[in-house]
Design a protein around this ligand. Structure first.
Ligand code: GTP
Ligand code: MG
Length: 370
């Protein structure tokens, strides 16, 4: 399932520095002549397509991006220094358009591709430039040109990395609302979620992944019970499934283990490949279980469910345990992505040369290294 992640940013390239009016002042030398230098160019704003980024969520946290202005020109023929450029890193596939007109300006398609999204203004002319045979002492100068300013819309089609699986009311939507930017409907009755929702989870700067919340499944879904199981197709291209279990069902006669087994049964009936996907157990609503009973309750669940995979204990409501879970998910997603992408070509300019040869390398002993 694809959805469009978007962000709006305001960028400003640097203004050019102003030109300078100045005259040479040297001892014993009259009419020294003009020596006011030009202003420096303002910094440009570039965008680079970076394979390490998955979403645009960082741009929702930092909207304004300004490059530095150029320095003003000075006397003694000194030109102002150019303002520093800035480079904004964006995921491959980002479409950059004018936020007001909607016109598409660029599409970042190739990893490593760099484009200029706002040009810095040129520096103004100092009076040195205006010297001529008829005007030997010009007092003109020009101000720097303004840098380009733009309001941009960024768009990226993203696929879900992680899918949530579970009974109605297990707390899937509460979880996605707790950890992502999605704001799905949450209610204490089954089948609150009728359509899949995607949310972007930000783990840290430049670290994010996408999670899909789908309607709940019930036993018999493969025969059409509840909302059926056709929603599972949205999870097919994910890299990880989170099986969310309600550990404190309202009806005490309901056994969470039986519920969890029913979900796994439906998954297996739907598609063997989906069943084989990495799946983690997320035991939810643990805030409802008295602290002293939690460990035993979890242990009993894992034992009766005969579960050998990863287990996370959380409360989507209080967010307890959510932080370590999303960190682990991010690590998993990142590792999977790297495996899928295969060995990356590294730009030789960015290769880290480290601290020199490894002394345990046999070539080192043979003196093959300098
Ligand atoms: N106490 C407690 N209540 C929770 C927790 N997580 C969810 N709930 C409550 O459980 C109810 C169901 O939550 P939802 O997030 O809508 O459940 P869902 O799995 O998305 O349900 P469907 O969309 O119907 O499949 C709501 O009343 C939530 O407030 C939790 O960790 N602790
Ligand atoms: Mg829901």
């Amino acid at each position: 399932m694809k959805f469009v992640d978007e962000a709006f940013i305001d960028i400003a390239a640097g203004d050019g520095g102003n030109g300078c009016v100045s005259f040479r002042h040297e001892k014993y030398k009259e009419f020294g002549g003009p020596d006011g230098g030009d202003g420096g160019r303002g910094g440009h704003v570039f965008a680079v397509a970076d394979v390490n980024l998955n979403t645009l969520i960082d741009y929702r946290y930092s909207r304004r991006h300004d490059a530095k202005r150029g320095e003003h020109g000075k006397g003694s023929d000194m030109f102002g220094a150019a303002g520093d450029d800035i480079t904004l890193r964006m995921p491959v596939g980002t479409i950059i358009s004018d936020a007001e007109t909607g016109e598409v300006l660029h599409e970042l398609l190739t990893p490593g591709e760099v484009i200029t999204i706002a040009k810095g203004g040129d520096g103004g002319y100092g009076n040195l430039r205006f010297k001529s045979a008829i005007n030997r002492a010009p007092r003109q100068k020009t101000p720097g040109w303004p840098g380009e300013r733009k309001n941009l819309k960024l768009e990226l089609k993203v696929l879900a990395d992680v899918g949530l699986l579970g009974m109605p009311n297990a707390g899937k939507s509460t979880f996605i609302a707790a950890v992502s930017n999605a704001r799905p409907k949450i209610a204490d009755y089954p089948f609150t979620t009728l359509h899949p929702n995607l949310g972007v989870v930000r783990v840290g700067p430049e670290q994010s992944f996408v999670v899909a919340d789908i309607p709940g499944l019930i036993e018999g879904a493969s025969e059409g019970a509840g909302l059926g199981h056709q929603f599972l197709r949205h999870l097919q291209r994910t890299r990880l499934l989170l099986h969310v279990v309600d550990m404190a069902p309202f009806d005490e006669a309901v056994d969470p283990v039986a519920q969890a087994k029913a979900i796994v049964g439906e998954l297996q009936k739907y598609d063997a490949q989906l069943y084989e996907k990495p799946r983690w157990l997320v035991l939810n609503k643990l805030d409802m279980v008295p602290a002293e009973e939690r460990a035993a309750r979890v242990k009993d669940f894992v034992k009766r469910f005969k579960w050998k995979g990863p287990v996370f204990e959380i409360s989507a409501l209080t967010r307890e345990g959510c932080e370590p879970l999303i960190r682990s998910i991010y690590q998993h997603v990142k590792t999977q992505q790297q495996i899928e992408a295969g060995p990356q070509e590294v730009d030789p300019r960015f290769v880290d040369l480290g601290d020199g040869p490894d002394p345990t390398d046999p070539r080192f002993a043979r003196g093959d290294f300098e």
